[in-house]
Design a binder for this molecule. Structure first.
Ligand code: PGA
Length: 262
């Protein structure tokens, strides 16, 4: 059975000016040196700060992955205000979030659009973190699996084969747990993570992969993750890492979460 690395990611959303972002990135780099190596650490600052953050984390004793929070699926064009995968790559960043719940529910991004973004990222060499998750009314009406399944299917529809799939990280973030202080219990999160892994297994098979591929895939949990609940979430067999919003905005709390994953 493949072993999976722990992956701790911070989504800074629309927080931090360029100088604040640079400062937080350097504090993280310094702080990580004091934590036993273990977890892979990634940060997703606002796009305008990507270059500064990539520079700030360069040359440290621990590597920190840097990514954008969104991309446009087109290579280039008349899309005022948008950024392409190539633009993100040109900053030195390597990853991008796709289909975050705020993109889906505040900016009305459709499932198919997320799929185009995942495919565009991979075509251009950027590694996507595809976010999925149900709203409270969907959970309460027993439709969690149906929603997550649909988001996975559309999100991964444009991938060419198992080599593409192996580059995608999935983040399960129940919408009702994001920024609300309501974390899914580790048991509830584990249940959905196990479901996501089974669905990935089916999708891998359809694309010519094997069951081992889904076993190797990383599935992160997100939604009100804090230093106090990180370890119990990570203890679950199918929770391979965390996508942290609010608690990633200060070095102390994010480092404490990274420590829980080491
Ligand atoms: P939160 O956000 O940790 O503030 O709930 C998580 C996310 O949106 O990725």
């Amino acid at each position: 059975m493949p072993t999976r690395p722990t992956f701790i990611a911070g989504n800074w959303k629309m927080h931090k000016t360029v100088s604040e972002a640079r400062l937080l990135a350097s504090e993280l780099l310094k702080g990580l040196a004091a934590i036993p190596p273990g977890a892979q650490v990634a940060i997703f600052p606002p796009s305008i700060a990507l270059t500064a953050v990539v520079e700030a984390v360069r040359g440290g004793s621990r590597s920190i992955i840097v990514g954008s929070q969104n991309i446009h699926p087109a290579v280039q064009g008349a899309y005022t205000g948008e950024i392409s995968a190539a633009m993100v790559l040109s900053t030195g960043a390597t990853h991008t979030l796709v289909g975050h719940s705020e993109r889906r529910h505040v900016f009305h991004e459709q499932d198919a659009e997320s799929g185009k973004k995942v495919a565009a990222a991979l075509e251009q060499g950027l590694l996507p973190v595809l976010c999925v998750g149900e709203k409270i009314e969907e959970r309460e009406s027993g439709r969690t699996e149906e929603v997550v399944s649909r988001q996975l299917k559309s999100g991964l529809a444009g991938l060419r084969g198992p080599e593409d799939l192996r580059k995608v990280i999935i983040a399960y973030e129940p919408v009702w747990a994001i920024g609300t202080g309501k974390t899914a219990t580790p048991e509830l999160a584990q249940e959905v993570h196990a479901f996501v892994r089974r669905r990935l297994g089916t999708i891998y098979k359809e694309k010519g992969g094997t069951a081992d591929d889904a076993e190797a895939g990383l599935i992160l949990y997100g939604g009100s993750v804090q230093p106090g609940n990180a370890a119990e979430l990570l203890a679950k067999p199918d929770i391979d890492g965390l996508l942290v919003g609010g608690a990633s905005l200060t070095a102390a709390s994010f480092l404490a979460i990274c420590g829980a994953g080491s």
